[in-house]
Structure formats: C-alpha cells, structure tokens
Design a protein around this ligand. Structure first.
Ligand code: ZN
Ligand code: ZN
Length: 281
C-alpha cells in the first residue's frame, strides 16, 4: 500500500491504496471513510463506511465481500456500496451468496444503484457525483465534491456591520459552492477527457496509465485503457494540483513503470505527480 498526503484547498487529503491492472485497485480516503474500488481484501478497507465500485471487473471488486464480512464480524454497522445500476443486482446476489456460504446472517450492506450524472450526499460537507467513463464495459467514475458556504462575491467588500444589516434585512448573503476536490476515473480510455473537460480542473485527478510501450497502443484502445502516450498528450492541458496514476499493467515492474511515467509526464505536467502503483503480495 502507498500513502499520499496531498495539499488541497480543503486541507491535507490523505490517500492510502495501491493499484495494479488485473490484480487489484483500492483507493482509501480514511478521513471520509470512503473507498474508491475494493479490488483487494485489505485490513485497511474494513473501517471504510462508503465503498464505490466502479465496475464489475474482479480487480475492482474482489475485496468487497471480505469488507462486508469483516465489518459484520467486528460488529461494525453495515456500510454502503455505490455502483452502476446495471451491476447492482448481481453485486447484491454476490454478497448474499457469500453470507450464505458463511452460514451466518446477511451482511446488511446497503447497495445504492447510481447513474451517470447523479449526485449523492456522503456527509454534510461532501457529496459524490458520478460520470460514465470509456472503458470497454459500463464503468462509473466519481467526483468528490466539497460543499461549503461562502459569502456571495457581491457582499465580499462589505464591513461586518453592513453584512449584519443585510442579513437582518433578509438578504441571502451566502451561497453554497461545490469544489471538485478529487476525481477518480477508474478504468477509462482517453475519450473521457473530451467528454468531461472539467476533469482537467479537479484539484486531485486520480486516473490510470495501464500501458506504456508503443506496441501496446492498439491494446489500450481496444480495451478502453489509457496509454502513456494518451496522458502525454493530455498532460500540458491539465490544471490539476495533483495527478495520481495507477493501474499499471503486469507487463512492467512498478519501479520501471513509475520511472517511465515520471520521466515522460514530469516535464509536461505543471502540478505534482504521484503513483499508486503497487505490487500486491
Ligand atoms: Zn481494472
Ligand atoms: Zn476494468
């Protein structure tokens, strides 16, 4: 597992996780008790209350039943899973089957089917907005929105007394804003970035870079994954404060992959570059 501490306008956002194509992607935001994909049965996954499952591929889903089982065993309240409505029933069946095999009671997990474009509240100051990616099977990415109230710009120059008078007169001096703090693209092809151009301005962009070699260009396109050349084209236009890449193919060692990614994207991307690529035991 890797840990990152990223400076954002909200404060330091802590990320723990690891990612490898075919072997498992898990991204934990412990401050929000939120997991983005549950590709491995990890001890650190268990305390997470909310789990987003981007799609049904095993490397994004394999840890889910273990998470539900462990929460039950440790007498933690059942968590909530957010996933595309197209796989909701099958995932419910999967969890029910696991619980039956354990000869215990159902896990009680709340399965919430969501659609692209939908926003669900996570807690008072955070929400998740979902969007479709361009992987070869239906896949949802998500954006972590930080909701906060701020003074409307037209009131910004007023003194405290003037603001109080305006408030007493019944004027609405504050407004709610939603800051796209982190965007997670899960598995995706490059077309996503044209369709969802706002991705380039999320404070933290977590995406994949599965393939690196020229000979894998066609494989990336066919299966809806990003190739390093795709990211090299996108990087100069990305205004993100942090770019986090993962989902490296097993064709490369993590050390070799990270070095190639850093050498290629480092000079092209203005923000900080991070890797979630990890070797699972
Ligand atoms: Zn994957
Ligand atoms: Zn996939």
């Amino acid at each position: 597992m890797r840990t990152l501490e990223l400076a954002t306008s909200w404060g330091t956002l802590r990320i723990a996780g690891g990612s490898r194509a075919g072997e498992g992607s898990v991204l934990l935001l412990p401050q929000l008790r939120l997991a983005l994909d549950a590709g491995r049965p990890l001890r650190a996954l268990v305390p997470m209350v909310h789990v987003v499952v981007s799609h049904g591929h095993a490397d994004h889903l394999l840890g889910l039943a273990a998470w539900a089982s462990q929460r039950q065993l440790q007498m933690l309240p059942p968590g909530t899973v957010y996933l595309a409505e197209g796989i909701a029933q099958e995932v419910e069946e999967l969890l029910a089957l696991h619980a039956r095999l354990e000869r215990g009671s159902p896990y009680g997990v709340r399965v919430v089917p969501v659609r692209a474009g939908e926003t669900v509240p996570l807690r008072r100051d955070f929400a998740l907005r979902f969007f479709a990616t361009t992987h070869w099977t239906d896949t949802l990415g998500c954006c972590l929105l930080w909701r906060r109230r701020r003074l409307r710009p037209e009131y910004a120059h007023l003194t405290a007394q003037a603001l109080q008078r305006a408030r007493q007169a019944g004027e609405e001096i504050a407004e709610e804003t939603a800051v796209p703090l982190l965007a997670y693209t899960a598995d995706t092809g490059p077309e996503l970035f044209q369709r969802e151009s706002w991705l380039a301005s999320a404070e933290v962009l977590v995406t994949e870079c599965t393939f690196l070699r020229g000979e894998d260009r066609e494989r990336a396109r066919r299966w809806g994954h990003l190739h390093l050349e795709d990211l090299a084209l996108l990087a100069p236009g990305l205004a993100n404060r942090h770019l986090v890449v993962g989902h490296l193919s097993g064709r490369h060692t993590v050390a070799e992959g990270d070095a190639t990614i850093l050498a290629t994207l480092g000079p092209l991307f203005a923000g900080s570059l991070h890797s979630l690529n990890a070797d699972w035991p």
